[in-house]
Structure formats: structure tokens, C-alpha cells
Design a binder for this molecule. Structure first.
Ligand code: SAH
Ligand code: SF4
Length: 421
């Protein structure tokens, strides 16, 4: 049974109050956490490690950071004392700081993390990472940008201007932080009462790039980060268990598939260009036909590894029976599965979620045409952790507003545990 910890939606640091990241000094020493092998090599060379030794030292650091989750250089017992001292003097193993952790009634966890600005003197940035556990998998939804330059009309993140791209290391570090917080390193235990998979696998087993930002507008860093995640001597994630979701940056789709082989998800949401232009304005640049062509050519797709088409269910907007039929016709010939996402409301959003009966009717048509069409169960709505609800300003919702964002069942569970403040 997941524990509810909303009352403890704890500011982990005092400065966490309502999104106002205070001016803070930039870190004096760089962290090695999240770097790829080339980055570690450069860091070692900068402190005088040369020649053959570098390769060996890179693999040692790699193992400590990515297999064991080391937090100090002191514990690196196979690294010489002299080098450990040099590492302590010049670098850290700091992770992004978790400023708020929230745990939903359903066990979903959302971490608000703080990362330094790219320019000294600017405010620190905040990003959100969400952990969604089930019995047999733990999915981590990670962010690729602070905010998003795109402005999909149903997405909360879209209302926040892009602040900056995340570095590859900051993308990787979200997985490290999740493993830290969940005790998902060899010899560690999950926090008491935490909901984690109990199938004997890793607590973080799957990654979806469905957090804040458009991953293919930060394609270099995202690709570099994916390579670190996929390294079998390190974090050991499987390309089949990583899904990159894009709103349709057509020119980059093939490239990321070739370089990483991860699974692809497309935020389709509409079956005509007129409507998609409105919902996903990037469609004006890359219309549906071009997007579907890129999908047909996606190197990592096959009948065994289908492309997921995400379709947010908006009442009276894109949820008619005709829409469902057209969707099926559009996807003909593409190894596809269709993921229907009940719209998750956010303060100020102009849409409503389709009625449940309509979602079922829609899903049946898709299913009868031979496509798997699971309806994505909204997770973590009470803590604004569901799809499209992420926004890094921690907007402090009043209990009433928060309750309005939850389903009846969620509200009942929530009340039963007397956690509404
Ligand atoms: N920028 C990428 C990935 C992040 S969004 C993309 O657009 O694909 C992850 C998914 O959540 C996308 O399918 C997005 O369309 C969907 N989404 C955004 N806002 C939503 C909302 N309010 N309710 C349900 N799904 C939403
Ligand atoms: Fe950006 Fe994706 Fe939200 Fe669109 S749906 S605004 S691309 S995060």
C-alpha cells in the first residue's frame, strides 16, 4: 500500500518556499556526476592524470559513480590515496539538490530539483522528475529542458517559457537522484513505506523522456545522456525500456533512433492538420504527413517494438468516433500502439477531459482495428505530477484547487487519510 506523505510534501531545504529559488553562489568545484567517459577523462587530465593510467581511472570512477552510486571520493577503495585527495580538492560528487519531495496517494513521487544557472548571478533553475511505480516496473519520467519553447495549448509546461536546455550531465543526474532517494543502489534499502516494484528488479527500470521540455530541441545533450544511461558497465538501462516522446521535430527523429535505438513516442493528439496546428503548433512546421513518414522510417521500430502514439482525450475537441476512425486509417502500415491519455487539468487550462464512456468508445474502435490502445491511468494528479502538469514554479495550490484536480476516488482516498490541509 503506497504511503501518503502529502502532509510531508517536504521542503527538503528551507529555501524551497513556493518556487522562489534565491540567488545562490555557483558551486566552486564541478561535480563529476552525470559526465560521460570523455568528460571524466578530461576531468582527470585536468588534474595531471595522463597516458595509460587515464583509461583505468576512468573505468574506476565510472563503476563507483554509475554502478554503486558513490557519494564520496573517500569510499573509492581501489583508487590510490593520492588521486582521491586530488579529486576531493578539485571536484565533487554533488547531485542536483532536491528541494521538495512529494508523494502522491498512489505512490507516485515528484522531486523538485534545483540546478545552477548557466550564467553567474541568475536565479537557480528548478526542474521536476517524477517516479511512477507499479508492482513490476518503476518508471522515471525525466525532463530535458527547463520549461519548453513550444506552446501546446493543453500543456502546463508550455505556459512556461524556456529557460534553458539541460546539460547531458543534468539529464543523467535525475536518474542518480532517483536511485539515491529510492535506495536503488547495491546494498541499499528503499525508504520505509515507499511503493517500489517487488519483482526483484531495479526500482528504476524504465525511463520516459516525458517530463518538462521537448527532447529533440535539445538533441545533442539528450543523445549524449542516453548513451550514459545505456552503458552496460554503468547504469545498465535497456534501450527497450527507454522511451523518448516528441511533439514531432521531424528532422531529428531518425538521428536519435540511429544513435541510441530507444523507443519512440509521438505526441499526435489530432488527426487533421487544422486541429493539430492549434493543439501542437509545431505542426505548422512539420505537418502530420511528414511526421508519419519519419515514423515509417524510424530505425528502431518493428512489430515487436512499436511506436507509441500519444493521444490526449479532450472533450468535444478531438474525441469523436470519426476522429477514432481517421486515426486508425492514418496509422495504417506503421508498427504502432496508441496510448490514450485522459487530459490532466491544471490551473487555468481551457480544456476538459473527455467523458469516460467516450474514451471507452474511442478505445474500442482503435482496439477493433488491431491496435493495442491502453488508456493511461493518470498518476500523481494530486501533486501535479501527471502528464503535462509539470511546471517548475511550485505553484502552491490551495486544498480546494488541489482537490479539483483529482478524480472522485482519489479525493475519497485523500480525505480518508485526512491529509487535506
Ligand atoms: N515535449 C514532449 C515530451 C513531454 S510531454 C512531447 O510533447 O511529447 C509528455 C506527454 O504528455 C506528451 O504526449 C504531451 O502531449 C502530454 N501532455 C501534455 N499536457 C498534458 C495534459 N495536460 N494532460 C495529458 N497529457 C498531456
Ligand atoms: Fe512542450 Fe511537450 Fe508540453 Fe508541447 S506537450 S509544450 S512540446 S512539453
Amino acid at each position: 500500500m503506497p504511503t501518503l506523505d502529502l502532509a510531508n510534501a517536504k521542503p527538503v531545504a528551507k529555501a524551497a518556499a513556493a518556487g522562489a529559488a534565491p540567488a545562490q553562489a555557483l558551486p566552486l568545484k564541478p561535480s563529476l556526476v552525470g559526465l560521460d567517459r570523455a568528460g571524466l577523462k578530461a576531468a582527470l587530465e585536468a588534474i595531471g592524470i595522463e597516458g595509460k593510467e587515464t583509461r583505468m581511472r576512468v573505468s574506476q570512477l565510472w563503476g563507483w559513480i554509475y554502478q554503486r552510486g558513490a557519494k564520496t571520493f573517500e569510499e573509492m577503495s581501489n583508487v590510490s590515496k593520492h588521486l582521491r585527495a586530488a579529486l576531493v580538492e578539485n571536484y565533487t560528487l554533488d547531485r542536483p539538490e532536491v528541494v521538495v519531495e512529494q508523494v502522491s496517494v498512489d505512490g507516485t513521487r515528484k522531486w523538485l530539483m534545483r540546478i545552477p544557472p548557466s550564467i553567474a548571478g541568475e536565479k537557480w533553475h528548478e526542474i521536476e522528475t517524477v517516479y511512477i511505480p507499479t508492482r513490476d516496473r518503476g518508471t522515471l519520467c525525466i525532463s530535458s529542458q527547463v520549461g519548453c519553447t513550444l506552446t501546446c495549448s493543453f500543456c502546463h509546461t508550455g505556459t512556461q517559457k524556456l529557460v534553458r536546455n539541460l546539460t547531458a550531465a543534468e539529464i543523467v543526474a535525475q536518474i542518480i537522484v532517483a536511485r539515491d532517494r529510492l535506495g536503488d543502489w547495491p546494498g541499499q534499502e528503499p525508504p520505509e513505506g515507499a511503493f517500489v516494484p517487488d519483482d526483484g528488479g531495479r526500482f528504476v527500470s524504465n525511463i520516459v523522456l516525458m517530463g518538462m521540455g521537448e527532447p529533440l530541441y535539445n538533441v545533442e545533450n539528450v543523445t549524449a545522456a542516453l548513451k550514459v544511461l545505456l552503458d552496460q558497465d554503468g547504469l545498465q538501462l535497456s534501450k527497450r525500456r527507454i522511451t523518448l516522446s516528441t511533439s514531432g521535430v521531424v528532422p531529428e527523429i531518425g538521428r536519435v533512433g540511429e544513435e541510441t535505438g530507444v523507443s519512440l513516442a509521438i505526441s499526435l493528439h489530432a488527426v487533421t492538420d487544422t486541429l493539430r496546428d492549434e493543439l501542437v503548433p509545431l505542426n505548422r512546421k512539420y505537418p502530420i504527413a511528414d511526421l508519419l513518414d519519419a515514423c515509417r522510417n524510424y530505425p528502431a521500430a518493428s512489430n515487436a517494438r512499436r511506436i507509441t502514439f500519444e493521444y490526449v482525450m479532450l472533450k468535444g475537441v478531438n474525441d469523436s468516433i470519426d476522429d477514432a476512425k481517421r486515426l486508425v486509417r492514418l496509422l495504417k502500415g506503421i508498427p504502432a500502439k496508441i496510448n490514450l491519455i485522459p487530459f490532466n487539468p491544471w490551473p487555468g487550462s481551457k480544456y476538459e477531459c473527455s467523458d469516460w464512456e467516450q474514451i471507452e468508445r474511442f478505445s474500442e474502435i482503435v482496439f477493433d482495428a488491431g491496435y493495442s490502445s491502453p488508456v493511461r491511468t493518470p498518476r500523481g494528479r494530486d501533486i501535479l505530477a501527471a502528464c503535462g502538469q509539470l511546471k517548475s514554479e511550485t505553484e502552491k495550490l490551495r486544498a480546494k484547487e488541489r482537490a479539483e484536480l483529482m478524480s472522485k476516488a482519489e479525493q475519497d482516498a485523500f480525505r480518508a487519510m485526512s491529509m487535506v490541509d
